[in-house]
Design a protein around this ligand. Sequence first.
Ligand code: P6P
Length: 337
Amino acid sequence: MKRVITLGQFIIEKQADFPFAKGELSRLLRDIGIAAKIVNREISKAGLIDIIGETDSVNSHGERQKKMDVYANEQFISALRSGGECCVVASEENDEHILIESEISKHAKYIVAIDPLDGSSNIDVNVSVGTIFSIYRRKSVDGKATLQDVLQKGTEQVAAGYVIYGSSTMLVYTTGKGVNGFTLDPSIGEFCLSHPDIKMPKDGNLYSINEGYYTHFPLGVKKYIKYCQVEDEGTNRPYTSRYTGSMIADIHRNLIKGGIFLYPTTAQYPNGKLRLVYECNPMAFIVEQAGGLASTGYDRILDLDVNELHQRSAIFIGSENMIKRAEEFMLAFSPQQ
Ligand code: P6P
């Protein structure tokens, strides 16, 4: 009989990897897991309750907020506020960072950046959506935490993860010592270890990109797309195109099977669409920890300077050899200005 290892048990067992930790990070991950279960409960019956569709409000990106966006944001912020291990939350849904100033939290050592519900427009049509989180140590030593505590490079992350609300609900995370995946068992209400020590295949034959923007892509991207489509048995081409409109679903699939996800610069998004702090950096940390790569097509995502909370970036993320090939096309046809 295979031993069931819950997320809580796993976190405690792995705590030994952090001799100086006194359990705060473990409790923080536990708080995130609790909020994920609450959000999952509502998503799983979205069509039956008044939680799909749009609100009357617009977020900092000018995007109309979905009811589920607001609900998920409230749940994660509430869990982090009551957990007491986080002093600042930076959310895709909030223009400014949120100071958690309760007595137990204002001296907390961790910062959490979160996209509470990425791809939420897919909920209305039952396509997988997800939550992305990134955890940093507070840098400021006294007084109130500041925005500078949030604007840290991706290399400073102490943990990152995502929850994918799909055919099953999974939580995948890293603390810098590999990547592990947990599947929610609704019968016991626990995330259970299902994908220990995930390793991303070095090669793959899946490519994920919104080819609707083809005319606006840099020449290097256009040339790479054509490369993916050319018949060549030796390199397992033509590749298969898979693009769901939900980054977490696309990257999770590629993490397991091997593949590449690209969101390059476009006319509409000259700096890329995806946000560096709470989308690109956490996903890059996870993918690198699983043996993959993540870049802008030129520079490593985790090394990018972070200057604004909602800063955008182009992203090429996936299997090592596929990323390297795509970067060769960028170097050859769209050299960095
Ligand atoms: P487009 C969802 O809105 C998201 O942020 C990612 O999850 C997804 O990969 C991307 O945007 C889809 O963007 O422009 O292809 O619809």
